[in-house]
Design a protein around this ligand. Structure first.
Ligand code: GCU
Length: 128
């Protein structure tokens, strides 16, 4: 269960783009954040109630190296989440983390922890 929020409703740091040049994404695009440490996508999400929620991030990394990223909620770091490689850029996997959300609007930031930047990000699903 949970509620899905598309990455393309969010915003990207400089150099990022919303792309559609790979297969299998949902919605109208996926986020391709810049290839740099700290490059990010901010995704707005809503929670029905305050509490610890599971955030499942659908992503693709068609390279040979994982793309760990720092996850922040409303500006507060929640630590680093690994995003292991996928078979190619058309293959999507899920990385999940438990984070505190407030009731109503929240912002999830996925920021690259290496010079490769974050993986391509399709969506986040929030447990309710
Ligand atoms: C390729 C791929 C992009 C991806 C990029 C990257 O260019 O087509 O979708 O974002 O690699 O390494 O991040």
């Amino acid at each position: 269960g949970g509620t899905l929020f598309e990455a393309e409703t969010g915003t990207l740091s400089a150099g990022g783009t919303f792309d559609s040049n790979h297969l299998g994404y949902t919605g109208t695009a996926f986020a391709n954040p810049a290839n740099a440490t700290g490059a990010y996508v901010d995704i707005p999400v809503a929670a029905a109630t305050a509490g610890t929620k599971t955030v499942s991030i659908r992503y693709s990394d068609g390279t040979t190296a994982a793309r760990p990223a720092t996850i922040s909620v409303n500006g507060a770091s929640q630590g680093t989440l690994n995003f292991p490689t996928t078979a190619d850029w058309d293959t999507w996997a899920t990385a999940s983390v438990s984070v505190p959300l407030k009731a109503g609007a929240n912002t999830i930031r996925i920021a690259g922890a290496t010079a490769n930047g974050p993986a391509n990000i399709d969506s986040v699903t929030v447990s309710q």
